[in-house]
Design a protein around this ligand. Sequence first.
Ligand code: PEP
Length: 251
Amino acid sequence: MAKRIPVIAANWKMFKTKDEALEFIFAVNAAVPSRDEVESIICAPAILLNLLVKREGEHIRIGAQNMHYADEGAFTGENSPAQVKTAGAEYILIGHSERRSLFNETDKDVNLKMHAAFKYDLAPILCIGEQLDTREANKTKEVLDVQLDKAFEGVSKEQALKTIVAYEPVWAIGTGKTATPQMANDTIKDVRAKLSDLYGAEVAAQVRILYGGSVKPDNIESLLQESDIDGALIGGAALDHKNFLTFTKAA
Ligand code: PEP
């Protein structure tokens, strides 16, 4: 079975001006590991996508953070899948917890966006995760299984293989609290088991599953040492280009 190539994805959220984005990309372009070894992805605000795509080095890839699921329409302020695709993005974050909690994105929206991503040949980075009370009530697997069932509704095996899943416990995002490597690995094993129920063991063994939530240069290595953690989705700490390189080199 093919090795799962690790993924390091930066989520810039709503940070960086044009000049800051350029400074970052020029600093990392020649220094990231080869794309055969690590998929190094920057998920940038939509307005910066084209700028970055034009300057991306051979080993960097660009993703968007959100899009509407409709082909086009009267949705002021939104970006369509075709706009994201023709701006040059290859990846799309779907269902990030900030989209779910601050912009009321539902599991149904997430599923529609998954289908829109496949229609426009964008690789989804599907974010799932539990709230703190769910973790404390020992209901994490139950909640993640529902998120996965709904996100993958109507998604084929071939499409599932193109998906990267990011397990991001909501209580660890931007809080400085990280799941322990073992806790993250155990949960990611449960996610893989659910993918196996949905698509069979062979597909589940190939899908990359990332951890996200307060990943920092001093905890990345211990997380990546775990058997089932195939990389990381990193917000705050990946705004710094030196950190981003540290993450890609650790992978
Ligand atoms: C994220 O935005 O997906 C994230 C994990 O953020 P942070 O690394 O800042 O917790």
